[in-house]
Design a binder for this molecule. Structure first.
Ligand code: PFF
Length: 455
Protein backbone atom coordinates (compact mmCIF):
# COMPACT_ATOMS: atom_id res chain seq x y z
CA UNK A 1 0.00 0.00 0.00
CA UNK A 2 2.81 2.38 0.97
CA UNK A 3 4.52 1.54 -2.29
CA UNK A 4 1.37 2.28 -4.25
CA UNK A 5 0.78 5.52 -2.46
CA UNK A 6 4.31 6.75 -3.04
CA UNK A 7 4.03 5.72 -6.69
CA UNK A 8 0.91 7.79 -7.04
CA UNK A 9 2.51 10.72 -5.27
CA UNK A 10 5.39 10.43 -7.74
CA UNK A 11 3.04 10.24 -10.72
CA UNK A 12 1.34 13.45 -9.75
CA UNK A 13 4.63 15.14 -10.36
CA UNK A 14 4.02 17.94 -12.81
CA UNK A 15 4.70 20.92 -10.63
CA UNK A 16 3.77 23.82 -12.91
CA UNK A 17 1.87 24.57 -16.09
CA UNK A 18 5.20 25.00 -17.86
CA UNK A 19 6.17 21.55 -16.64
CA UNK A 20 2.91 20.17 -18.00
CA UNK A 21 3.53 21.73 -21.41
CA UNK A 22 7.18 20.61 -21.47
CA UNK A 23 6.34 17.01 -20.62
CA UNK A 24 3.37 16.77 -22.98
CA UNK A 25 5.25 18.46 -25.78
CA UNK A 26 8.20 16.23 -24.92
CA UNK A 27 5.96 13.25 -25.67
CA UNK A 28 4.54 14.70 -28.87
CA UNK A 29 7.76 16.02 -30.38
CA UNK A 30 10.05 13.23 -31.40
CA UNK A 31 11.12 11.15 -34.33
CA UNK A 32 7.61 11.69 -35.64
CA UNK A 33 8.42 15.30 -36.54
CA UNK A 34 11.95 15.05 -37.78
CA UNK A 35 11.97 11.60 -39.31
CA UNK A 36 8.43 10.42 -39.99
CA UNK A 37 6.60 13.60 -40.97
CA UNK A 38 9.03 14.54 -43.76
CA UNK A 39 9.29 11.06 -45.23
CA UNK A 40 5.58 10.26 -45.09
CA UNK A 41 4.90 13.65 -46.66
CA UNK A 42 7.48 12.83 -49.31
CA UNK A 43 5.92 9.48 -50.08
CA UNK A 44 2.40 10.85 -50.27
CA UNK A 45 2.81 13.81 -52.55
CA UNK A 46 3.72 16.79 -50.37
CA UNK A 47 1.45 19.78 -49.70
CA UNK A 48 -1.91 18.12 -50.38
CA UNK A 49 -0.97 15.46 -47.86
CA UNK A 50 -0.04 18.11 -45.27
CA UNK A 51 -3.44 19.76 -45.68
CA UNK A 52 -5.19 16.48 -45.07
CA UNK A 53 -2.91 15.84 -42.12
CA UNK A 54 -3.95 19.17 -40.58
CA UNK A 55 -7.63 18.33 -41.02
CA UNK A 56 -7.01 14.93 -39.41
CA UNK A 57 -5.34 16.68 -36.47
CA UNK A 58 -8.19 19.15 -35.97
CA UNK A 59 -11.06 16.70 -36.37
CA UNK A 60 -9.39 13.57 -35.07
CA UNK A 61 -6.30 13.57 -32.93
CA UNK A 62 -6.78 16.91 -31.11
CA UNK A 63 -10.26 16.03 -29.78
CA UNK A 64 -8.98 12.59 -28.81
CA UNK A 65 -6.01 14.16 -27.03
CA UNK A 66 -8.33 16.36 -24.96
CA UNK A 67 -10.52 13.32 -24.22
CA UNK A 68 -7.55 11.31 -23.02
CA UNK A 69 -6.20 14.10 -20.82
CA UNK A 70 -9.62 14.49 -19.21
CA UNK A 71 -10.05 10.77 -18.58
CA UNK A 72 -6.58 10.58 -17.04
CA UNK A 73 -6.93 13.60 -14.81
CA UNK A 74 -10.39 12.64 -13.66
CA UNK A 75 -9.29 9.17 -12.53
CA UNK A 76 -5.67 9.68 -11.58
CA UNK A 77 -4.85 6.31 -13.04
CA UNK A 78 -3.04 4.44 -15.82
CA UNK A 79 -4.70 3.71 -19.18
CA UNK A 80 -6.40 0.50 -18.07
CA UNK A 81 -7.15 1.57 -14.49
CA UNK A 82 -8.75 4.79 -15.68
CA UNK A 83 -11.53 2.93 -17.51
CA UNK A 84 -11.94 0.50 -14.61
CA UNK A 85 -12.52 3.43 -12.29
CA UNK A 86 -15.03 5.08 -14.60
CA UNK A 87 -17.09 2.00 -15.44
CA UNK A 88 -17.92 -1.19 -13.61
CA UNK A 89 -18.15 -4.54 -15.38
CA UNK A 90 -18.04 -2.98 -18.84
CA UNK A 91 -15.39 -3.85 -21.42
CA UNK A 92 -14.10 -0.25 -21.80
CA UNK A 93 -10.85 -1.18 -20.06
CA UNK A 94 -9.96 -3.07 -23.26
CA UNK A 95 -9.29 0.33 -24.84
CA UNK A 96 -6.56 0.73 -22.24
CA UNK A 97 -5.26 -2.79 -22.88
CA UNK A 98 -5.01 -2.04 -26.58
CA UNK A 99 -3.13 1.14 -25.62
CA UNK A 100 -0.58 -0.75 -23.56
CA UNK A 101 -0.01 -3.14 -26.47
CA UNK A 102 0.32 -0.26 -28.91
CA UNK A 103 2.88 1.49 -26.72
CA UNK A 104 4.84 -1.74 -26.64
CA UNK A 105 4.74 -2.25 -30.40
CA UNK A 106 5.62 1.37 -31.15
CA UNK A 107 8.60 1.07 -28.83
CA UNK A 108 9.72 -1.99 -30.79
CA UNK A 109 10.43 0.00 -33.94
CA UNK A 110 10.89 3.44 -32.36
CA UNK A 111 13.96 2.18 -30.51
CA UNK A 112 15.37 0.90 -33.80
CA UNK A 113 15.29 4.40 -35.28
CA UNK A 114 16.38 6.02 -32.01
CA UNK A 115 19.35 3.63 -32.08
CA UNK A 116 20.27 4.85 -35.57
CA UNK A 117 20.05 8.44 -34.29
CA UNK A 118 22.30 7.73 -31.31
CA UNK A 119 24.83 6.02 -33.56
CA UNK A 120 24.76 9.06 -35.86
CA UNK A 121 25.94 11.28 -33.04
CA UNK A 122 29.15 9.28 -33.08
CA UNK A 123 29.33 8.99 -36.83
CA UNK A 124 28.97 12.77 -37.03
CA UNK A 125 31.60 13.36 -34.38
CA UNK A 126 34.12 11.09 -36.04
CA UNK A 127 33.42 12.54 -39.49
CA UNK A 128 32.12 9.27 -40.99
CA UNK A 129 29.06 10.98 -42.42
CA UNK A 130 30.71 14.31 -43.16
CA UNK A 131 30.30 14.28 -46.89
CA UNK A 132 28.54 16.41 -49.45
CA UNK A 133 28.38 13.38 -51.70
CA UNK A 134 24.97 11.73 -51.30
CA UNK A 135 26.32 8.41 -52.48
CA UNK A 136 28.72 8.31 -49.60
CA UNK A 137 26.18 9.24 -46.89
CA UNK A 138 23.83 6.75 -48.45
CA UNK A 139 26.44 4.00 -48.26
CA UNK A 140 27.05 4.72 -44.56
CA UNK A 141 23.35 4.41 -43.81
CA UNK A 142 23.00 1.21 -45.82
CA UNK A 143 26.00 -0.18 -43.97
CA UNK A 144 24.34 0.52 -40.64
CA UNK A 145 20.89 -0.91 -41.38
CA UNK A 146 22.17 -4.00 -43.13
CA UNK A 147 24.35 -4.80 -40.13
CA UNK A 148 23.42 -6.94 -37.15
CA UNK A 149 25.57 -6.24 -34.10
CA UNK A 150 25.89 -2.50 -34.58
CA UNK A 151 22.21 -1.52 -34.81
CA UNK A 152 21.28 -4.02 -32.07
CA UNK A 153 23.92 -2.54 -29.80
CA UNK A 154 22.50 0.96 -30.24
CA UNK A 155 18.93 -0.19 -29.79
CA UNK A 156 19.74 -1.92 -26.52
CA UNK A 157 21.70 1.09 -25.35
CA UNK A 158 18.73 3.35 -26.07
CA UNK A 159 16.41 1.01 -24.19
CA UNK A 160 18.83 0.86 -21.28
CA UNK A 161 19.07 4.64 -21.02
CA UNK A 162 15.30 5.07 -21.20
CA UNK A 163 14.81 2.27 -18.69
CA UNK A 164 17.28 3.69 -16.18
CA UNK A 165 15.58 7.07 -16.28
CA UNK A 166 12.12 5.55 -15.82
CA UNK A 167 13.35 3.25 -13.05
CA UNK A 168 15.06 5.97 -11.10
CA UNK A 169 11.89 7.97 -11.44
CA UNK A 170 13.80 10.99 -12.65
CA UNK A 171 11.16 11.97 -15.14
CA UNK A 172 11.25 15.30 -13.40
CA UNK A 173 14.93 15.65 -14.11
CA UNK A 174 14.37 14.84 -17.75
CA UNK A 175 11.47 17.24 -17.84
CA UNK A 176 13.74 19.98 -16.65
CA UNK A 177 16.44 19.06 -19.18
CA UNK A 178 13.85 18.91 -21.95
CA UNK A 179 12.69 22.38 -21.01
CA UNK A 180 16.18 23.64 -21.82
CA UNK A 181 16.84 21.45 -24.83
CA UNK A 182 13.54 21.96 -26.66
CA UNK A 183 14.29 25.63 -27.37
CA UNK A 184 17.77 24.67 -28.52
CA UNK A 185 16.28 22.12 -30.91
CA UNK A 186 14.08 24.92 -32.20
CA UNK A 187 17.02 27.27 -32.71
CA UNK A 188 18.97 24.56 -34.51
CA UNK A 189 16.04 23.84 -36.77
CA UNK A 190 15.98 27.55 -37.68
CA UNK A 191 19.67 27.38 -38.58
CA UNK A 192 19.24 24.29 -40.72
CA UNK A 193 16.15 25.83 -42.31
CA UNK A 194 18.11 28.92 -43.30
CA UNK A 195 20.89 26.82 -44.77
CA UNK A 196 18.45 24.62 -46.61
CA UNK A 197 16.49 27.59 -47.97
CA UNK A 198 19.60 29.27 -49.32
CA UNK A 199 20.72 26.24 -51.31
CA UNK A 200 20.46 26.66 -55.07
CA UNK A 201 17.27 24.94 -56.22
CA UNK A 202 15.54 25.26 -52.86
CA UNK A 203 12.36 26.59 -54.49
CA UNK A 204 11.48 23.16 -55.87
CA UNK A 205 11.42 21.76 -52.36
CA UNK A 206 9.21 24.55 -51.07
CA UNK A 207 6.77 24.03 -53.92
CA UNK A 208 6.61 20.37 -53.02
CA UNK A 209 5.95 21.26 -49.40
CA UNK A 210 3.48 24.10 -49.81
CA UNK A 211 1.74 23.82 -53.22
CA UNK A 212 -0.92 21.12 -53.06
CA UNK A 213 -1.52 18.74 -55.94
CA UNK A 214 -4.74 16.96 -55.13
CA UNK A 215 -4.35 14.38 -57.86
CA UNK A 216 -2.06 12.54 -55.46
CA UNK A 217 -4.79 11.91 -52.90
CA UNK A 218 -6.32 8.47 -52.40
CA UNK A 219 -7.96 6.76 -49.43
CA UNK A 220 -4.63 5.17 -48.61
CA UNK A 221 -3.09 8.64 -48.44
CA UNK A 222 -5.88 9.90 -46.17
CA UNK A 223 -5.36 6.92 -43.87
CA UNK A 224 -1.64 7.64 -43.76
CA UNK A 225 -2.42 11.25 -42.78
CA UNK A 226 -4.78 10.11 -40.06
CA UNK A 227 -2.28 7.59 -38.73
CA UNK A 228 0.43 10.22 -38.65
CA UNK A 229 -1.89 12.66 -36.86
CA UNK A 230 -2.42 10.12 -34.07
CA UNK A 231 1.21 9.05 -33.86
CA UNK A 232 2.37 12.65 -33.85
CA UNK A 233 0.26 13.78 -30.90
CA UNK A 234 0.86 10.49 -29.03
CA UNK A 235 -2.85 9.75 -28.90
CA UNK A 236 -5.15 6.75 -29.25
CA UNK A 237 -3.13 4.58 -26.90
CA UNK A 238 -3.29 5.94 -23.38
CA UNK A 239 -0.11 8.03 -23.24
CA UNK A 240 -2.10 11.18 -22.81
CA UNK A 241 -4.40 9.42 -20.36
CA UNK A 242 -1.37 8.54 -18.28
CA UNK A 243 0.08 12.05 -18.56
CA UNK A 244 -3.32 13.59 -17.81
CA UNK A 245 -3.29 11.67 -14.55
CA UNK A 246 -0.22 13.70 -13.54
CA UNK A 247 -1.97 17.01 -14.13
CA UNK A 248 -3.50 19.25 -11.48
CA UNK A 249 -7.14 20.20 -11.26
CA UNK A 250 -6.37 23.80 -12.20
CA UNK A 251 -4.75 22.95 -15.56
CA UNK A 252 -6.69 24.12 -18.61
CA UNK A 253 -6.65 20.83 -20.52
CA UNK A 254 -8.14 21.97 -23.87
CA UNK A 255 -5.72 24.89 -24.00
CA UNK A 256 -2.78 22.67 -23.10
CA UNK A 257 -3.70 20.30 -25.92
CA UNK A 258 -4.06 23.18 -28.38
CA UNK A 259 -0.69 24.67 -27.46
CA UNK A 260 1.05 21.32 -27.75
CA UNK A 261 -0.60 20.67 -31.10
CA UNK A 262 0.44 24.06 -32.50
CA UNK A 263 4.03 23.81 -31.29
CA UNK A 264 4.27 20.26 -32.53
CA UNK A 265 2.95 21.17 -35.98
CA UNK A 266 5.40 24.04 -36.20
CA UNK A 267 8.30 21.71 -35.46
CA UNK A 268 7.08 19.28 -38.15
CA UNK A 269 6.78 22.00 -40.79
CA UNK A 270 10.22 23.31 -39.85
CA UNK A 271 11.64 19.83 -40.24
CA UNK A 272 10.02 19.68 -43.68
CA UNK A 273 11.61 23.00 -44.59
CA UNK A 274 14.95 21.69 -43.37
CA UNK A 275 14.74 18.59 -45.49
CA UNK A 276 12.83 19.11 -48.77
CA UNK A 277 14.69 22.06 -50.29
CA UNK A 278 17.87 20.09 -49.62
CA UNK A 279 16.35 16.94 -51.10
CA UNK A 280 15.70 18.71 -54.39
CA UNK A 281 18.93 20.70 -54.31
CA UNK A 282 20.99 17.54 -53.94
CA UNK A 283 18.93 15.56 -56.42
CA UNK A 284 17.44 13.05 -53.97
CA UNK A 285 14.06 11.46 -54.42
CA UNK A 286 11.50 12.92 -51.99
CA UNK A 287 9.93 9.46 -51.92
CA UNK A 288 13.08 7.83 -50.63
CA UNK A 289 11.33 7.02 -47.37
CA UNK A 290 12.57 6.45 -43.84
CA UNK A 291 16.20 7.07 -44.77
CA UNK A 292 15.63 10.76 -45.60
CA UNK A 293 16.86 12.03 -42.24
CA UNK A 294 19.97 9.88 -42.30
CA UNK A 295 21.13 10.65 -45.81
CA UNK A 296 19.90 14.13 -46.64
CA UNK A 297 20.53 15.96 -43.38
CA UNK A 298 24.23 15.00 -43.20
CA UNK A 299 24.86 16.32 -46.71
CA UNK A 300 23.19 19.61 -45.78
CA UNK A 301 25.37 20.00 -42.72
CA UNK A 302 28.50 18.96 -44.58
CA UNK A 303 27.91 21.85 -46.97
CA UNK A 304 27.84 24.54 -44.29
CA UNK A 305 30.48 26.24 -42.14
CA UNK A 306 31.09 24.45 -38.83
CA UNK A 307 29.00 21.67 -40.34
CA UNK A 308 30.51 18.90 -38.30
CA UNK A 309 29.84 20.69 -35.04
CA UNK A 310 26.24 21.43 -35.97
CA UNK A 311 25.71 17.91 -37.25
CA UNK A 312 26.74 16.45 -33.90
CA UNK A 313 24.53 18.90 -32.07
CA UNK A 314 21.62 18.23 -34.37
CA UNK A 315 21.69 14.46 -33.85
CA UNK A 316 22.11 14.93 -30.10
CA UNK A 317 18.96 16.98 -30.10
CA UNK A 318 17.06 14.51 -32.26
CA UNK A 319 18.15 11.90 -29.73
CA UNK A 320 16.85 14.03 -26.89
CA UNK A 321 13.54 14.57 -28.65
CA UNK A 322 13.27 10.82 -29.23
CA UNK A 323 14.07 10.15 -25.58
CA UNK A 324 11.26 12.41 -24.35
CA UNK A 325 8.83 10.50 -26.55
CA UNK A 326 10.21 7.10 -25.49
CA UNK A 327 9.84 7.96 -21.81
CA UNK A 328 6.16 8.61 -22.38
CA UNK A 329 5.81 5.39 -24.37
CA UNK A 330 7.50 3.31 -21.70
CA UNK A 331 5.49 4.96 -18.96
CA UNK A 332 2.24 3.49 -20.34
CA UNK A 333 3.03 -0.21 -19.71
CA UNK A 334 5.07 0.56 -16.60
CA UNK A 335 2.29 2.58 -14.95
CA UNK A 336 -0.12 -0.19 -15.90
CA UNK A 337 2.04 -2.97 -14.40
CA UNK A 338 2.75 -1.00 -11.22
CA UNK A 339 -0.86 -0.06 -10.54
CA UNK A 340 -2.80 -3.02 -11.86
CA UNK A 341 -0.37 -5.82 -11.06
CA UNK A 342 1.30 -4.30 -8.02
CA UNK A 343 4.85 -4.71 -9.34
CA UNK A 344 7.51 -2.34 -8.14
CA UNK A 345 8.51 0.32 -10.61
CA UNK A 346 11.92 -1.28 -11.00
CA UNK A 347 10.61 -4.76 -11.81
CA UNK A 348 7.88 -3.40 -14.08
CA UNK A 349 10.46 -1.39 -16.04
CA UNK A 350 12.90 -4.27 -16.29
CA UNK A 351 10.25 -6.67 -17.55
CA UNK A 352 9.00 -4.21 -20.12
CA UNK A 353 12.46 -3.31 -21.34
CA UNK A 354 13.48 -6.93 -21.82
CA UNK A 355 10.25 -7.71 -23.67
CA UNK A 356 10.68 -4.65 -25.92
CA UNK A 357 14.28 -5.64 -26.62
CA UNK A 358 13.16 -9.09 -27.77
CA UNK A 359 10.39 -7.86 -30.06
CA UNK A 360 12.32 -4.73 -31.04
CA UNK A 361 15.29 -6.74 -32.26
CA UNK A 362 13.05 -8.26 -34.94
CA UNK A 363 12.31 -4.72 -36.17
CA UNK A 364 15.99 -3.85 -36.19
CA UNK A 365 16.95 -7.02 -38.03
CA UNK A 366 14.15 -6.63 -40.57
CA UNK A 367 16.58 -4.88 -42.92
CA UNK A 368 19.28 -7.54 -42.53
CA UNK A 369 18.83 -11.09 -41.21
CA UNK A 370 15.06 -11.01 -41.37
CA UNK A 371 14.68 -9.09 -44.61
CA UNK A 372 13.14 -12.08 -46.37
CA UNK A 373 10.34 -12.35 -43.82
CA UNK A 374 7.51 -10.35 -45.27
CA UNK A 375 3.97 -10.06 -43.96
CA UNK A 376 1.37 -8.54 -46.27
CA UNK A 377 4.32 -7.40 -48.35
CA UNK A 378 5.91 -5.54 -45.43
CA UNK A 379 8.98 -6.32 -43.39
CA UNK A 380 8.52 -6.49 -39.61
CA UNK A 381 9.64 -2.92 -39.03
CA UNK A 382 7.06 -1.57 -41.48
CA UNK A 383 4.45 -3.99 -40.18
CA UNK A 384 4.72 -2.78 -36.54
CA UNK A 385 4.61 0.78 -37.77
CA UNK A 386 1.62 0.20 -40.04
CA UNK A 387 -0.38 -1.83 -37.52
CA UNK A 388 0.06 0.74 -34.74
CA UNK A 389 -0.19 4.04 -36.64
CA UNK A 390 -2.76 3.04 -39.22
CA UNK A 391 -4.92 0.61 -37.25
CA UNK A 392 -4.50 0.50 -33.47
CA UNK A 393 -4.16 4.23 -32.79
CA UNK A 394 -7.13 5.33 -34.94
CA UNK A 395 -9.15 2.45 -33.47
CA UNK A 396 -8.20 3.51 -29.95
CA UNK A 397 -9.06 7.08 -30.91
CA UNK A 398 -12.56 6.06 -31.99
CA UNK A 399 -13.21 4.46 -28.61
CA UNK A 400 -11.78 7.33 -26.55
CA UNK A 401 -14.08 9.67 -28.47
CA UNK A 402 -17.07 7.33 -28.16
CA UNK A 403 -16.45 6.99 -24.46
CA UNK A 404 -16.53 10.72 -23.86
CA UNK A 405 -19.36 11.39 -26.31
CA UNK A 406 -21.73 8.56 -25.43
CA UNK A 407 -20.74 6.90 -22.15
CA UNK A 408 -19.55 9.92 -20.18
CA UNK A 409 -21.99 12.36 -21.71
CA UNK A 410 -22.03 16.13 -21.89
CA UNK A 411 -22.42 16.94 -18.20
CA UNK A 412 -19.69 14.66 -16.92
CA UNK A 413 -17.37 15.74 -19.70
CA UNK A 414 -18.04 19.44 -19.07
CA UNK A 415 -16.85 19.24 -15.46
CA UNK A 416 -13.40 18.18 -16.65
CA UNK A 417 -13.38 20.32 -19.79
CA UNK A 418 -14.20 23.54 -17.93
CA UNK A 419 -12.63 22.76 -14.54
CA UNK A 420 -16.07 22.78 -13.01
CA UNK A 421 -17.11 25.94 -14.82
CA UNK A 422 -14.13 28.02 -13.78
CA UNK A 423 -12.71 28.25 -17.31
CA UNK A 424 -15.90 29.64 -18.84
CA UNK A 425 -15.33 27.75 -22.09
CA UNK A 426 -18.76 26.27 -22.61
CA UNK A 427 -18.98 27.46 -26.21
CA UNK A 428 -15.85 25.55 -27.13
CA UNK A 429 -17.06 22.62 -25.06
CA UNK A 430 -20.14 22.30 -27.27
CA UNK A 431 -18.06 22.18 -30.44
CA UNK A 432 -15.71 19.69 -28.82
CA UNK A 433 -18.63 17.52 -27.80
CA UNK A 434 -20.05 17.39 -31.33
CA UNK A 435 -16.59 16.42 -32.55
CA UNK A 436 -16.15 13.53 -30.13
CA UNK A 437 -19.73 12.36 -30.25
CA UNK A 438 -20.23 12.31 -34.02
CA UNK A 439 -17.56 13.78 -36.26
CA UNK A 440 -14.43 12.02 -35.01
CA UNK A 441 -15.87 8.50 -34.61
CA UNK A 442 -17.66 8.56 -37.97
CA UNK A 443 -14.81 10.17 -39.90
CA UNK A 444 -12.14 7.94 -38.39
CA UNK A 445 -14.21 4.80 -38.99
CA UNK A 446 -14.78 5.71 -42.63
CA UNK A 447 -11.13 6.52 -43.25
CA UNK A 448 -10.00 3.37 -41.48
CA UNK A 449 -12.31 1.11 -43.49
CA UNK A 450 -11.68 2.83 -46.82
CA UNK A 451 -7.93 3.02 -46.23
CA UNK A 452 -7.79 -0.68 -45.45
CA UNK A 453 -9.71 -1.39 -48.63
CA UNK A 454 -12.86 -2.69 -46.94
CA UNK A 455 -14.97 -0.75 -49.43
N1 PFF B 1 4.64 11.51 -30.75
C1 PFF B 1 5.89 10.84 -30.88
C2 PFF B 1 6.58 11.33 -32.13
O1 PFF B 1 5.94 11.99 -32.96
O2 PFF B 1 7.75 11.02 -32.31
C3 PFF B 1 5.74 9.34 -30.96
C4 PFF B 1 4.85 8.77 -29.93
C5 PFF B 1 5.14 8.98 -28.58
C6 PFF B 1 3.74 8.06 -30.30
C7 PFF B 1 4.30 8.49 -27.61
C8 PFF B 1 2.89 7.56 -29.36
C9 PFF B 1 3.18 7.79 -28.03
F1 PFF B 1 2.38 7.32 -27.12
Amino acid sequence: MEETRSEIAQREGFSSSIGVIAATLGSAVGLGNIWKFPYVTGQNGGAAFILIYLIAVLLGSLPVMISELMIGRKTNANAVGAFKKLTKREPWFLVGVSGVLSAFLIMAFYTTVAGWVFSYIFKAATGTIHSTNPEQTSAVFQGLVSGVGEPLFWQILVLGITGVIIMAGVAKGIERVTKILMPILFVLLVIVDIRSLTLPGAAEGLKFLFLPDFSKISFGVVLAALGLAFFKLSVGMGTMTTYGSYMGKEEDLPRTALKVMLADTLVSIMAGVAIFPAVFAFGFEPKSGPSLLFITIPTVFASMPFGRFFMVLFFILVAVAATGAMLSLLEVPVAYLVEEHKLTRRVATLLTIVAIALVGSTATLSTSLLSQHLFFGKNLFDLYDFVTSNILLPLGGIFFALFVGWRWGYKGMLVEFSNDGRLRNEGVAKIFFILVKFVAPIAITLVLLAGLGVF
